[in-house]
Design a binder for this molecule. Sequence first.
Ligand code: FE
Ligand code: CA
Length: 512
Amino acid sequence: MKRRDFLLDAARLAALTAVVPNDWRVAFRPRFSDDPFSLGVACGDPTPNSAILWTRLAPNQLEVDGGMSGIRAAVSWQVADDEQFTKIVKSGRATAAPELGYSIHVDATGLEPDRWYFYRFTSNDAVSPVGRVRTAPAPGATTPLKFGVVSCQHWEQGYYTAYGHLAKEEVDLVTHLGDYIYEYGPATITPGRPRQHASTEVRTLDQYRARYAQYKTDPSLQAAHARCPWEVVWDDHEVDNNYAGLFGENDMESEDQMRVRRAAAYQAWWEHQPVRVPKAQSWADLNITRTLEWGATARFWMIDTRQYRANQACDDGNKNVPCGNWEESSRQFMGAAEEHWLEQGLKSSKEKWQVIGNQSMAATIDSAVGPDRAISMDSWSGYPAAQKRFIDMLGKYAANRSVVLTGDNHSNWVNELRTDKGQTVATEFLGTSISSGGDGSDRSNFFNDAVAAENPHVKWQNNRRGYLVCEVNADTWRTEFRTVPYVSRPGAPVETPTKWRLTRGMLGVEKE
Ligand code: FE
Ligand code: CA
């Protein structure tokens, strides 16, 4: 190159960099107005050699961009053997960018199977809280598993006391089955609503981000995340109450509007969860179904029963059946592709426990006493053809070694899942909400003795807030129900009202 051309090129380059706005450059020593790690840390989706480490920079949580003022900030991460970070085993750098809500998702690879580590983030002088992360056992290892099951954490309806207790349990993992946020605007403060949403109903990306930020300020939620890896799926309220595919709650939005809303909601969900979920061509089509292997002990199938389902029959709600197009066999609940994925996977499953991370209740509850049948149109029971195929595939490929874990219901249930012929093939442990529904009661009002008598497959029911703790080894599955007597004020103690046991290959569920 001639010297003159070089000088010209250099001049052009200088001119080019001069017009590149500062926002495009990464700030290696960003200055923050307040603690940028105010939303805590999280990890999830462990494999035998890796886990996703998460944080989001937000020095001012409720501002549109979390108070980041458009800067792209360099963030460093460390994984260590010890809590003091004297033996760092992995480290690296990532960039918090406005396009992804200043969220960080590090896939920390090259870790050893079946063990605990500590992790943290730094940005300039700011240091995040320390989280614990654990890898999954190696393939074939018979390591037992102890894990928590949670769902439904309506901010306004109660304190996250249950998370405070869960954060003190020795669990390897937490599965979250959805309703991590609620989309609603603030309710008028009434007794039993101790906290308030900071904005109107959320519909846009910035609004969903701010809603996640508000929820994530809760110290008990942060403590539960910092404790162990989570496995997270969504339900309806991460987008819109009882939405189905591209049908909104009130069937008021056009399909185009629902696609845009779903894209905003799904992106914000991805940004705020420690998930190993590849970004899709369009955020509106984000596929979150995935498996988690726990050695030879258990395989989790995390399913999505919202995005691909047909609209609810008979205008939703609890309806007497038959009605409308309720029985139409073409009405999907998981969607054809997801159903095929699950069936092929169960077909090739070996001896281990098959665990379905599910949203809405799989069992059918008949709430009408007498010959009439009244059932939920929003649960599996509202899609009877899909429900039959689901229960039949559990029976055909993994009878008496499959467990369905469910959220959504805001109450506790132990249900036997039975085929049309009355054969029990699996057990459903439906875990109550963290806070949704408020203080609750020892049993749901509608589930009185007469209704219970109509539903002999229901082994136990309770209407308190809390979570499940499951302990699993090759032969035995134990579920303990943890409840708190109130959530309308902080400080409730934790109780264990009941414990249940399954033995692999044996029929039915036993009370301990
Ligand atoms: Fe809920
Ligand atoms: Ca729900």
